[in-house]
Design a protein around this ligand. Structure first.
Ligand code: ADP
Ligand code: MG
Length: 252
């Protein structure tokens, strides 16, 4: 049975997709069968793995019952890593889903029959706390929260943690926080150092030891349709994601 991780933060551009794609690639490379589900209508994880944005069926067709989950799975450039792409209509799901009774359980239900095929399933969430994110949090066992080390890093985290405890209480008691991940970190600047200290002080037990540095190779990898771990495995960004994957696995 797989462990399901949601990569979530309602802020955009904090490194959710980058983290989902690269942690999934590292875990797969370590020999575990892994699935990345693109829960974001922007389909950045889909495109970042070299899969066309318009590929169908995708998660939209699966959520609306037009396709079976297995039919929507596709291979990626990474051996051992499969993807369930977003699907062209996923933006509409944020409007359509709430009309379905018990929609919160929908993603969990559709993933259920394929959970036995994978050791790890990662869910790349959209930048909101809307219906798709709620579905992902209900389907997940653990959440990884990427936090960009910039001036407003802590802003919004309180709201996110409230949402997580609400989901825990009402919909998914199994849900735990795997950790907060500092991303796009620049350790040379005073601001970078200050923000890291502040986040670690606020959440002493939650923040991963591994920090992801700002790294050009990480930023350019998606334009090649590859995780950075394959685009340039010796870059500082790839090494950080390999390290993080080990830490995630060690935390269990
Ligand atoms: P989110 O999914 O939270 O919106 P992304 O993972 O798409 O965030 O990251 C936002 C942008 O920052 C993307 O263009 C991505 O390539 C870039 N990026 C993410 N992490 C890094 C990093 N460590 N170094 C450099 N660029 C990064
Ligand atoms: Mg994203």
């Amino acid at each position: 049975m797989s462990t399901v991780y949601a990569i979530a933060n309602q802020k955009g551009g904090v490194g959710k997709t980058t983290t989902a794609v690269n942690v999934a690639a590292c875990i797969a490379e370590a020999g575990y069968s892994t699935l990345l589900v693109d829960v974001d209508p922007q389909a950045n994880a889909t495109v970042g793995l070299g899969i066309p944005r318009s590929r169908e069926p995708g998660l939209y067709e699966v959520l609306t019952g037009q396709a079976k989950p297995r039919a929507a799975l596709t291979e990626t450039p990474v051996a051992g890593l499969q993807a369930l792409p977003a699907g062209a209509g996923l933006a509409g799901a944020n409007v359509e889903l709430p009309r379905i009774e018990g929609f919160e359980q929908r993603l969990r239900d559709v993933l259920d029959p394929i959970r036995e095929d994978f050791e790890y399933i990662l869910l790349d969430c959209p930048p909101s706390l809307g219906p798709l994110t709620v579905c992902a949090l209900v389907a997940a066992d653990k959440v990884i929260v990427p936090v960009q080390t910039e001036y407003f890093a802590l802003e919004g985290l309180a709201g996110l943690l409230e949402t997580l405890s609400l989901v825990q209480r009402e919909l998914n008691p199994r849900l735990t926080i795997a950790g907060m991940l500092l991303t796009m970190h620049d350790a040379r600047t005073r601001l970078g150092q200050d923000v890291e200290r502040e986040v670690r002080t606020h959440f002493p037990d939650l923040v991963f030891d591994t920090v992801i540095p700002r790294n050009v190779r990480v930023g350019e990898a998606p334009s090649h349709g590859l995780p950075v771990t394959h685009h340039d495995p010796h870059s500082a960004g790839a090494e950080a994601y390999f390290q993080l994957a080990k830490e995630v696995a060690a935390r269990g």
